[in-house]
Design a protein around this ligand. Structure first.
Ligand SMILES: Nc1ncnc2c1ncn2[C@@H]1O[C@H](COP(=O)(O)OP(=O)(O)O)[C@@H](O)[C@H]1O
Length: 457
């Protein structure tokens, strides 16, 4: 690398190669396109780590202290990347490094809202990031309470309509009372109040059904379950109402969804219902699950997802398909309620900012298309995992915790594995493709040197 070779001490100030690499990472997208840039980004982590080790050699901490830089970019968090630079990438990278400007890199300047400003000491950086995060929260993430209550009202109206239709059309179906659920009801929805779930619990006879963990099946999918029909010799097919949804000896979530779909999509006159409720309702087609789009004000609409579920002991299994088509007929274990209530309890205990951090991350992922593949289940698990290690979540530490979370997420993405806090054998990244993981890792890695970039939308 030319920057390193030119330096007689073999080491440069932080505005040298480290920033140069940040600069390459930030600009690679323009040159290589998203896919190429993601590959380059992750591959470059190895180079970056070598450089980080060089600058954090004994002489450097003092320099770092003076300049205030790198305080939120310690090298130790970077694990060893299994991905290697191929020769094309090496050429691209070294060419890019040779043509870099030598002064301050893009990472030395931040400019959200009021024009660019030079970064000072680490604490000042964090203080100003804290302010920007709060401003982003107020202006983009937080949903006004009247918008939330309007959406909840619309959900309730549609739900009560849906319930009476279900009772009419499927009078024998053993169901518990359906209930609305989701972030709209936990004050964890962000940006717009635009979706909710209607949970529909099936009642299964205890001696006729048993859950089989996904890792004990040929599919080997921890976090997913099969529901096996038992005792057919004593209780032949047809004994249970849900036998009609059995495929190959197992209760099929797909078949359960299809039987509700016929009611929800085909036998309810939604235009008439909409007219009576002064809104517009239409089933969403095509859709993997059953969903209704409800326009309840001229400029407000929401999606209502119809989600059958089964409870075994305290385990909730939902009929939300695995992303990979080959895993049909598996029920997804829902960690949502358990994870969410843990976070909320921890915040109530110490007045912490865990849920605020979660909402900020959710907001950032919702407004940045490159991060759209990170869902709230993964983000909630991330906050929970960090929360069990870090005790102090005082609101004054918001920026520090937010950065730590991004750093940890980069680490998990680099490993391709985010263990579920309640069941570590479940990898919450298992449904992402390697390319999606690379792109997410790349985007968050770039954000480490310029976190404000995530808030510029
Ligand atoms: N118990 C549950 N209640 C509601 N949604 C659940 C539940 N378990 C899993 N989900 C799924 O979690 C997804 C995320 O929903 P939600 O918590 O509302 O977060 P977000 O605001 O990010 O959408 C939903 O699409 C839903 O399918």
């Amino acid at each position: 690398m030319s920057g390193l070779e030119r330096d007689p001490k073999g080491r440069k100030e932080d505005n040298g190669v480290g920033s140069a690499i940040d600069f390459v990472l930030s600009n690679a997208k323009l040159v290589l396109g998203v896919g190429g840039a993601a590959m380059l980004g992750i591959a470059t982590l190895a180079v970056k780590r070598m450089y980080d080790r060089a600058v954090s050699a004994p002489a450097s901490p003092a320099k770092m202290g003076q300049s205030g830089k790198r305080s939120w970019e310690e090298p130790s968090w970077l694990g060893s990347s299994p991905r290697l630079l191929n020769s094309d990438m090496k050429t691209n990278l070294s060419r890019s490094l040779q043509t870099l400007p030598t002064g301050n890199s893009a990472s030395g300047v931040c400019s959200v809202g009021a024009g660019p400003l030079s970064l000072g000491a680490g604490s000042r950086q964090r203080a100003s990031l804290g302010e920007k995060l709060r401003c982003f929260y107020e202006t983009r993430v937080r949903i006004p309470s009247e918008e939330q209550s309007g959406a909840r009202r619309a959900v309730l109206q549609i739900c009560s309509q849906l319930l009476s239709s279900l009772r009419d059309r499927l009078p024998d179906a053993p169901l518990r009372d359906p209930y609305p659920s989701g972030s709209l009801y936990d004050d964890l929805q962000v940006v717009t109040a635009d979706h909710a779930q209607l949970m529909v619990p099936l009642v299964l006879e205890k001696n006729l059904w048993s859950p089989v963990p996904g890792e004990e099946t040929i599919m080997n999918v921890p976090g997913f379950w099969l529901i096996r029909r038992e005792n057919q010799e004593y209780y032949p097919r047809g004994t249970s109402y849900w036998d009609r949804c059995v495929v190959g000896g197992y209760l099929s979530p797909k078949s359960v969804l299809e039987s509700f779909e016929r009611v929800v999509r085909d036998s309810i006159n939604w235009p008439a219902v909409g007219a009576a409720l002064d809104c517009r309702v239409r089933p969403v087609v095509p859709s993997e699950t059953i969903a209704l789009e409800v326009q309840y004000e001229t400029d407000r609409r929401l999606f209502l997802e119809f989600l059958p579920l089964v409870v075994f002991e305290d385990r909730v299994l939902i009929a939300k398909p695995h992303r990979l088509a080959e895993f049909t007929n598996v029920w997804r274990q829902s960690f949502r309620e358990a994870h969410t209530s843990r976070l909320q309890r921890a915040d109530r205990g110490d007045g912490g900012c865990r849920c605020l951090c979660l909402k900020l991350l959710k907001g950032v992922c919702k407004v940045n298309p490159a991060l759209g593949k990170l869902d709230s289940g993964q983000l909630t698990a991330a906050v929970l995992a960090v929360s069990t290690r870090k005790r102090d979540w005082s609101p004054d530490d918001l920026a520090e915790r937010f950065l730590l979370l991004i750093r940890e997420l980069v680490g998990w993405l680099e490993e391709g594995c985010l263990p579920c806090p309640l069941d570590p054998k479940v990898n919450l990244f298992s449904e992402l493709t390697p390319q999606e993981i690379d792109e997410l890792g790349y985007t968050l890695y770039c954000a480490l040197s310029e976190p404000e970039s995530l808030l510029r939308t």
